[in-house]
Design a protein around this ligand. Structure first.
Ligand SMILES: Nc1ncnc2c1ncn2[C@@H]1O[C@H](COP(=O)(O)OP(=O)(O)OP(=O)(O)O)[C@@H](O)[C@H]1O
Ligand SMILES: [Mg+2]
Length: 389
């Protein structure tokens, strides 16, 4: 391209007006073609000059991050961006002339959480830095895929879990064995049996049996396949029911419960009892996450062929590592927690052919999102209705 322009410039004095017109047309077409390529990328690009003023951005960046209105070509890169956190990151990075790769940002947009990677690199031309390129990539799907894989693996690791349980069982069993022998010895040795001795041995045996029982119950809870029976049900009434059921406990904890339910949602295939149990487990986690009160929002909305339920709290949130592990069996950060609550949620939602995910920020809050498919018949019905109007 550069050579072509240089050659054209050399020839310019010899060209007549129509040839020059043609030349400019060719250049414009070439330019347009490049722009189309850049606009078709599903990566966001924003380029600024050495004064950090925007001189190019592609369509995708507009989709990925909120841009401020007006003429962006008169603004610095950070003024062009409407998100405060990203703007201050850009200002800091560009003013300090740093290169940054894959800085992660979480963005809430229209009820959806997006994970973005933003990189800033120098724009080098003829050996000198003439500005910067800001590159934005949406890694949400990739992240979700990874998390799903990890969860599948974690459930597959139930066999390892079984080995763990076998190990747990060994100690109380051993102790029971020893104490039974002691009882036996006491009974056979002396003619004068002290009932106090025997009782103390029996107490120990009793405690160990309790311990065994707890281990087994927890384990069964984690591994038992659940037997859902799906029926056509309205979602919102189930949520209203649950809200009523938990209202007292929520209010006692100084939490405001807000329901934002989209009207006229299609009926879904639900097992009411299990689905309520799943929501209850999520709500039950949200309450202690807000020890000083806060807000709990339960939202329902339609998104294409799916219906979404979001349970959002303004609680303590969790760090990245906790977030990755919450659905794993036995994962808990609570002293008296069993770490089974969310494992069960995961299993129940899977049985509903849905997905459940979590997004959280420390000190800000946590959102659990359940996605459920709209039954095919419903989808068709709605599209017929759509056609008719
Ligand atoms: N809304 C939330 N806010 C902050 N952390 C949460 C939230 N929900 C879950 N967690 C974290 O996830 C962990 C696992 O939750 P899960 O419900 O599976 O187990 P648990 O609540 O610890 O015990 P239990 O089996 O009694 O429910 C919790 O210990 C907590 O650290
Ligand atoms: Mg729980």
């Amino acid at each position: 391209m550069k050579k072509f322009v240089q050659r054209a410039l050399k020839m310019l004095p010899k060209l007549d007006e129509s040839q020059i017109r043609q030349l400019i047309n060719d250049l414009a077409t070439e330019n347009e073609r490049l722009e189309v390529v850049l606009d078709s990328l599903n990566h966001g690009l924003l380029v600024c000059d050495d004064a950090h003023v925007v001189f190019f951005y592609n369509k995708c960046i507009d989709r990925l991050i909120p841009l401020s209105g007006g003429d962006l070509y008169e603004k610095t890169a950070w003024e062009a961006v409407a998100d405060e956190e990203i703007a201050s990151f850009l200002q800091r990075t560009l003013e300090n002339q740093e290169s940054v790769s894959d800085e992660e940002f979480t963005l809430e947009q229209g009820g959806m959480t997006r994970i973005l990677w933003i990189s800033v690199m120098p724009l080098v031309r003829a050996g000198s830095i003439q500005g910067n390129i800001v590159h934005v990539e949406d890694v949400t799907e990739q992240r979700n895929r990874e998390a799903r894989l990890r969860r599948a693996e974690s459930l597959a690791s139930l066999t390892t879990l079984a080995a763990g349980v076998a190990h747990e069982i060994k100690n109380p069993l051993g102790s029971i064995g020893i104490h039974l022998q002691l009882v036996d010895k006491t009974l056979s040795k002396s003619s004068q049996v002290s009932s106090d001795d025997v009782r103390s041995y029996l107490d120990v045996i009793n405690e160990e049996v309790d311990r065994l029982n707890r281990i087994v119950v927890d384990f069964l809870f984690a591994v038992r396949p659940i037997d859902v029976s799906l029926e056509e049900r309205e979602l919102n009434p189930i949520i209203k029911d649950l809200a009523e059921f938990t209202q007292y406990e929520i209010e006692e904890a100084g939490i405001e419960l807000v329901l934002e339910l989209e009207e006229s949602l299609p009926a879904l295939q639900l097992d009411e009892r299990y689905f309520k149990q799943a929501l209850l487990n999520i709500v039950k986690n949200a309450i202690p996450a807000m020890p000083d009160g806060g807000q709990l929002i339960i939202r329902t909305l339609r998104r294409g062929d799916e219906v979404e339920v979001q349970v959002k709290d303004t609680g303590v949130g969790m760090d990245e590592e906790t977030m990755q592990k919450v659905f794993e069996p036995y994962f808990t950060t609570k002293e008296s927690g069993s770490g089974i609550g969310l494992t069960l949620v995961y299993k129940i939602i899977k049985e509903h052919l849905g997905e459940v995910s979590v997004s959280s920020r420390e000190g800000v809050g946590t959102t659990f999102t359940i996605t459920l498919p709209v039954p095919q018949r419903e989808t068709r019905l709605l599209s017929y209705e759509g056609d008719a109007t």
